[in-house]
Design a protein around this ligand. Sequence first.
Ligand code: AMP
Length: 190
Amino acid sequence: MTRMLIIGPPGSGKGTQAARISERLDVPAISTGDIFRDNVRRETPLGVQAREFMDAGDFVPDSVTNSMVRDRLANEDVRDGFLLDGYPRTASQVAELDDILSENALELDVVLQLTADDEELVRRLLGRAQLDGRSDDTERVIRHRLGLYHDQTEVVVSRYEERGIVLRVNGLGPIDEITERIMSALKVSS
Ligand code: AMP
């Protein structure tokens, strides 16, 4: 089980958990949010395109996001597995990912969904905003991102539920405990 997605609302800790799973399973973690943030920092053309959407808490357009993921998944290092974090986020991105994977004769094994309560997420994200000053962490933008998650990303989980590959894990609690919940859901011993 090494071709995976991790899906969760903003603030659910999916980036933190993705890094840990990637290390334990020895597969690259590919975070579209991290790739965008890196490009914004380096002021690349991709970063310039993405920035205004990210600052507003909106999705970066598919034309930009899909080709970025397509390029990344063409790398040799994903042949033996990968963990995608933050993609797909919409039904149309699910279709795009299906295309990309089938072109490479690859299939998804598992979709991990981290769940958490909205008000707890808002509290966490406001705390994080004070620590590292992400420009998409004001309360208005946070609530907008949560709304997009409910409106557009939960349907992504439904699509994969129809395929019987979703594992749902409670994302509330100490970080180590959540990692263990994930590992036992994946039936990987530490
Ligand atoms: P994240 O770190 O996953 O919360 O992503 C941060 C921001 O990057 C999001 O709020 C979007 O603006 C952008 N982003 C990341 N992944 C995607 C995606 N799959 N589709 C569109 N925009 C994305």
